[in-house]
Every structure is written in C-alpha cells, then in structure tokens.
Design a protein around this ligand. Sequence first.
Ligand code: 1GP
Length: 248
Amino acid sequence: MTLYSALLQKLSTQRALYFMLLDPDRFSGEELSEFTKQCVSAGVDGFLVGGSLMISGDLDSSISELKKNTTLPVIIFPGGVSQISPLADAILFLSNVSGRNAEHLIGKHVIAAPIIKKHGLEAISTGYILVESGRVTTAQYISGSVPVPRHKPEIAVATALAAEYLGMKFIYLEAGSGADQHVPFEMVKAVSSVISVPLMVGGGIKDAVTAGKMVDAGAKIIVTGNHFENRSNRGELQAFVDAVKGRI
Ligand code: 1GP
C-alpha cells in the first residue's frame, strides 16, 4: 500500500491528521531525538522534513536521526531539488500553483523526477497555494511569486480546483513558516467545501485553538513547525494534538 493510501485510510477513521514540520537547520542531534519522542507520545501522525533554505542542516542525517525514534511516516517537504533523500518514506511533489513561475510548476520537477525514481521514493503530487499573511515570507520570496490575497477566497477555490483537476493528491494552503497571520478560516472553509482531495493547512498556527478551528473549517492535515522550534512552547504540544483530533 502506498503511504498516500495509508494516510487516506487513516483519514477515514479520524477527523484530521497532525504533521510536525522539522527544519534540519533548526533541529539536530539530541534535541531532534528528544522532540521526536515527545511528538510520538503526544500522538502526532507524521513528520515533514525540509526548509525553504538549508544552510547548516543535513537532510539525510536528520531523517536517519528521526527514524531511530519513530516508525511514523517521514515525508520530505522540499525547499528545492537538493532536498531529496532515499531515507524518507515519501516526498511532497510540490507545484506552486498560486505562482506563475514555470520553474516551480514544471522546471524543478523535471530535474527532481529521475532522482526520486532512482531512490524509489513515493512522490505525492501536491498543489501548493501561498496565501498572503502579513509580511513577505521566505516561501514567497524564494518562489518569487505573488500569494493569493487573503480576502479573495474565490481565487484560492479556483486554484485548488484547478490543481485537483490536474491530478494533484493534496492541496496545501500555506501562509508561510512563521507567518504573522495564518490562512483565514473562511478561505479554508471555502476551499475544503469544493475539493475532494485532503486539504493541508499550515503557516502561522501558534495555538491549539486555532489548530482546532482549522479542522472545524475543513482542514484534513494540520502542519506546524515554527512554534515548536521554541523550547518554551513544547509543553503545548499535547493540546495541539488534542485540538486536531477533536478531543478538546
Ligand atoms: C510552513 O506550513 C508550514 O511551511 C508550517 O508553518 O512554521 O509557521 O508553523 P509554521
């Protein structure tokens, strides 16, 4: 069974899944092991690994460290074609469908595809929609794209539908890591009500209540990263998991 099918199966029995994004630039060694164990015991459903930039981190060693502490899915969330590792379970094959830069719609994919094939990695085609979130985020800057205006849910809806019709298996509404403002709930609601593939939502989710409201609005996979890079926030993890699973 593919990982994608396994995730769909899990989603048929749970209201939503919770993925923790680990940026190898921010987590390594003992801290990565400790936090992985905490995520597993709190009930996180999987890990995304990657970053818009990777300066000091190492993708292979981060994934192998992670794998020592969990059997949960480890999925690459690539910031670029250099972020492909045979050690992961799958890779989000991202197309920046909110942008009009051909490199992020097909160019990088052509470079990455043979490497993914060689590694035998499962590629999960994902329509990545950047949403305006206050200040310019790293993802917007690096992709050189204009995000969907936050007060225009209809643009996000049309974009998500187009991505689904192109065959993409996840739609990812992204405010950008560390965003000032998360994706508006109304946009999540509007998009989730028209698509039939799972909706991932991330960027700027900084409290459990917001995570729960995203699921109420129709998100099927919640992603957080930045908030838990700060050690002092890690005590909130269980509340996030419970909110996503509808236990609070
Ligand atoms: C970023 O959506 C992810 O690509 C997670 O965002 O780091 O703001 O939680 P945060």
